[in-house]
Design a protein around this ligand. Sequence first.
Ligand SMILES: *Cc1c(COP(=O)(O)O)cnc(C)c1O
Length: 397
Amino acid sequence: MSSSKKHIGTRLVHPNLEISKGESHIPALHLTSSFKYTSVQDSIDVFEGKNEGYVYARYGNPNVSQVGKAIADLEGFDLAEDCRGLFTTNGMSAIATILQGILTVGDKMLTQGDLYGGTTELLKKVITNEVYQTDFSDLNQVEDVLKKHASIRLLYMESPTNPTCSCMDIESLVALARKYECTTVIDNTFCTPYIQRPLNHGIDFVVHSTTKYLNGHGTGLGGCIVGRVSNQHWNRIWDVMKLTGSTGSAFDAWLVQQGMKTLELRMNRHSDNALALSEFLQNHPRTTHVNYPFLPSHHTFLMAKHYMNEGGGMLSFDVDGRKNAIKVMDSLNLATQAPTLGDVDTLVLHPRTSSHLKVDPSICANFGITPGLIRVSVGIENIEDLIEDFNQALSHI
Ligand SMILES: *Cc1c(COP(=O)(O)O)cnc(C)c1O
């Protein structure tokens, strides 16, 4: 580790901003649609790429570049090669941009069935390239599909999955993708680069919804695309972002810049609380099943231990039927019902009537997204108060 790198927690507090002496201590917020030049020659040099500089905010803005670079530095923390990061309006636009950037006419992609609800809907309704779905925990099945369809150019995955927290064997999926010359993309929103850095395992691109843990406070939307600078797909991804206008806003970028400073503290606390709450729930007589990556009873526990350095803040548990789930959720006092995750306060959601409302019931059933399942984004509150809240809520069923 070079001395300039230090530890990841230090890098979070001190991102490489290249701010000169006398500038504001906290990065200034650049609320402008364009950037001015002192002469025509000055402008020509920037437009021709001879000099670095900002032009128009859809192409870039200091806050947007700084946060993209900061997230790229974290995802590529252990790599010898530098990474590039593009900050987008939100997670969905990061996903849409990278898919459009990599796939050209006739290209197909392969993904798993249990994706984030919005991603499944995007693939079904908007991305016109043909999409194959298979169970990514069955590597033979993945290889069969790749062998059969030579036009598959992209493998898209999510690990751990939402809301059942199943981890994928990233390295084996990357090996298959390489064998069949496919680019690999992973949604790393649930872990953040503090907990899991998929580029280390050979993944080509990471996408994020920074709306969640990277912002951490529920104050704005954002997304990010990260990959090694040498990746051949960057030119087209950049064109898609610039020309479809998926570039993130300066203010949303600035909010993520502030939020990321406490990422290490927050993720440590989210993980400690989620493990303790999942152990409590597992031992409670009213629950039938608990999903948490770092519970030894989870079927992908060993995979989670291999890829994640802590368990993260997401868990889900089953209380046997929709009626019970609704009763428990409506009885919680401390936890808030809100359809997001990764904020500092504890949030609960009923996947079958919200995030997974549009997902085919047979897919839901296959992946254990039952009517009695409650998803919890465990916050950073005192754990005793959290356990007490879930305990009293469960006493109503
Ligand atoms: C929220 C989320 C998204 C979508 O991000 P937005 O910022 O809401 O557009 C994508 N993937 C995962 C895993 C998410 O949790």
